[in-house]
Design a protein around this ligand. Structure first.
Ligand code: NAD
Length: 248
């Protein structure tokens, strides 16, 4: 439906879950997708294989979003190969769920380094080429809990709320350069991140969700593809909520 032919997209944490579904959906729309991974090369290869088998174009690219030098180097190399990065999806994220009294300084640092600093480093590395081309799309994966809060997820929620501030500020900062910056805030989605939730907790989530189920990664990916499209050119600084009505 949306045509991303000729666009180069990078999806952080693209080897599995929402990142994999997003990589596949962007490639289906015609983009060449750089599938970022940190350590699981086999999973990243599998994402690339799924894309290529469906006739799309993809490469995998290894870097840790929390390491600014590694982000810079890898994005420079990608730019040297492809000349451009048009679409950045800041998807890589971790969730260390703890009650506040059990949160360690290390948990806090790791969550912030990946979820917040990682998005800033990647945006910083991609923004200059987007400015030159006067076209760009940055899409940050936030979460329903950024706005609703959730017991046991104070640090994770705070990091995802930080992404909303980042989204709104970058939207204002780069609108005049033709770059839009938006967030997608998923509810509970069926991925490895939610796989270990106890059945009672999962049932509680389903009970709080008007659509009566948790979401699929493809349903989040569809929102990302829309925001990446030409058709979404007048949308910036917004939060698209893909949460089954859990938080309205
Ligand atoms: P996931 O755990 O399945 O995938 C996250 C990916 O990020 C993994 O491939 C992981 O290796 C990668 N990653 C983590 N740290 C990294 C780093 N430092 N550098 C590079 N890659 C790194 O999770 P998911 O459910 O697919 O979530 C994707 C995004 O959506 C995350 O930002 C998450 O917070 C957000 N989200 C997920 C849900 C959900 O219910 N699954 C809900 C709301 C928001």
């Amino acid at each position: 439906m949306f045509d991303l032919a000729g666009k180069i997209a990078i999806v952080t944490g693209g080897s599995r879950g929402i990142g994999r579904a997003t990589s596949i959906a962007l490639a289906q729309a015609g983009a060449l997708v750089l599938v970022n991974y940190r350590s699981n090369e086999d999973a990243a290869r599998e994402t690339v294989r799924l894309i290529e088998d469906a006739g799309g174009k993809a490469e995998f690219v290894a870097f840790d979003v929390a390491d600014p030098d590694s982000v810079d180097r890898s994005i420079k190399e990608a730019l040297a190969r492809h000349g451009q990065i048009d679409i950045l999806v800041n998807n890589a994220g971790i969730s260390i769920d703890q009650l506040l009294l059990r949160v360690s300084a290390k948990d806090l640092e790791m969550t912030w380094a990946t979820n917040v600093n990682g998005a800033v480093y990647c945006a910083k590395a991609c923004i200059r080429p987007m400015m030159k081309k006067r076209w760009g799309r940055i899409i940050n994966l936030s979460s329903v809990v950024a706005e609703s809060g959730n017991a046991g997820q104070a640090v994770y929620s705070a990091s995802k709320a930080a992404l909303l501030g980042l989204t709104r500020s970058l939207a204002r900062e780069y609108a005049s350069r033709g770059i839009t910056v938006n967030a997608v805030a998923p509810g509970f989605i069926e991925t490895d991140m939610t796989a270990d939730l106890p059945p009672a907790a999962m049932q509680g989530i389903v009970d709080q969700t008007p659509l009566g189920r948790i979401g699929r990664p493809e349903e989040v990916a569809a929102a990302v593809v829309f925001l990446a499209s030409e058709e979404a050119g007048y949308i910036t600084g917004q939060v698209v909520r893909v949460n089954g009505g859990m938080h309205v």
